[in-house]
Design a protein around this ligand. Sequence first.
Ligand code: ATP
Ligand code: MG
Length: 576
Amino acid sequence: MGWKAMRWSQMHIPTLRTDPADADAPSHRLLLRAGYVRQLMAGHYSLLPLAVRVRAKIVGIIRAEMNRIGAQEFALPALHPREVWERSGRWDVMGEEMFRLKDRKGSDLALGMTHEEIFGTLAAELHSYRQLPQIWYQFQTKFRDEPRAKGGLMRTREFTMKDSYSFDLAAEGLDAAFDRHHDAYVRIFQRLGIPAIPVEASSGAMGGSASTEFMCPAEVGEDLVVHCPSCGYAANIEKAVSRLADADAVDAPGPERPERFGTPGVRTIEDLARGFGAPADRQIKTLVYVLDDALTLVLLRGDHPLSEQKLIDATGATALRPARADEIREALGALPGSLGAVGVTGPRVLADEALRGRRAMFTGANTDDVHLRGVDVARDIAVTAWADLREVAEGEPCARCGTPLEVRKAIEVGHIFKLGYKYADALGIEVLDDKGRRTPVIMGSYGIGVERAMASIIECHHDERGIVWPVSVAPFEVVVTVAQSDDPDTAKAAEDLYADLTSAGVETLIDDRAERPGVKFKDAELVGIPYRLTVGKRGLAEGTVELTPRASSATETLPLAEAVPRLRALLHPQPG
Ligand code: ATP
Ligand code: MG
């Protein structure tokens, strides 16, 4: 009896009778309750035998699809020398998210949060265009000191990632590697039972040119996806755009110069709208940020929220924070509530596209309790740079087709990213092209979180009784439940069935515990095994067993002799 067969009585499956406290996400609650994981400390979990079996299935599917696109598997260290991260400039950039330590000689080390630098160092040994393209990958533990580890396996400080890296001679090669990963990811998530949708994502400040996230819609998701139900446009809210509802609105010219008026006690957009006939969409909202130590004014329409990620993307800033009241007072002479950019020449002024060409607008006068009306943005404000800075809201028209957009919560389960030449330049990754010229290599990087995928599968496949694993990732395909394990004939029939299923290549667990049938049924449902075969005294008298699929719970009685062929047909087992 090989690795595919196991006994419940001997496995460590510590199911809990009641829901654990402090587990909000369904996957977190079920992983604990069904005996898959235990927390060691916040953000660090021990995987128990059932979880290890599921993880092996997930890894197997990802590995098969990576190999199918011609990728080669590596295994790199988790502990890295500071020097390599210095070369890319990321020793500083990674900040507090990177775990750092010293060895006995006092050398600085880091625990790897990603492996561009290390794979890049290996790629520096490539020397000819004839060796390209390359796709390299690994399954490896990543360490990230997340500010908020949460949701059980969803966001941890130590997790397995399939990370891959592509190396190409030119942009078209990178495009092809990116597309291959895209297709592989679509197949992977399909096989895992995760209804992931690819969405446009922010490329961040690191100079990447394209970025797609794979998003699993779920209530517990920490990301927001903007989606058009009509044309299929989908983007992370950090990147999403929409058409302005009143894009065609042409403002009346207004006065020749802005007019000051007193606004005692006005502190917010709503205050000004309510008391002074200035609708929010006729106001200019002035936010003050410190971007990499530079005080910056950020202008938006009064009813538009700022997307901080878009601000980062637009400026390339690595550090961003709202300015303090004293910094604002010093630079502008007023407190938030009466701020504006008219006449401001010192600090940089960034304006959202929605303000372009607007006239007869309202804004603060940089004097407490005073505002301006009749502001013509082009005439009155020295805008340093224009950018798309506003966060899209549900119901706004799709930029492509005009249909009202939807906003949904989602879990990021995968991410593919065109890196460009950043690492080639930093690490000296060059090959000789067909004319013998030294040419930098263009890179892409691609990741899937293995345990986050496990949690996401549960988020999509559970009910009030427990987990409902898709067959492709289930820890076992079948559980043979012995209804009366103290009855020798029943026990013997169940053991025979278990042996037959196992030799037919069906991954079977036999529940041979000395427990009441009700307890065994409940545990089997909680653990989520796709099919249950119940062997009981009464049925055996008639030569039958009961088959219960976990998903439907519709029990069917079938002749004992038909059980194995029936399950083989249901499962389509792979050979072996
Ligand atoms: P997030 O925005 O959720 O923090 P990220 O952008 O930092 O994710 P990447 O660096 O692109 O993530 O990592 C690739 C994949 O690794 C993610 O798509 C996700 O599946 C997984 N992942 C990232 N961080 C974690 C974590 N803290 N715990 C578990 N899985 C993670
Ligand atoms: Mg992250």
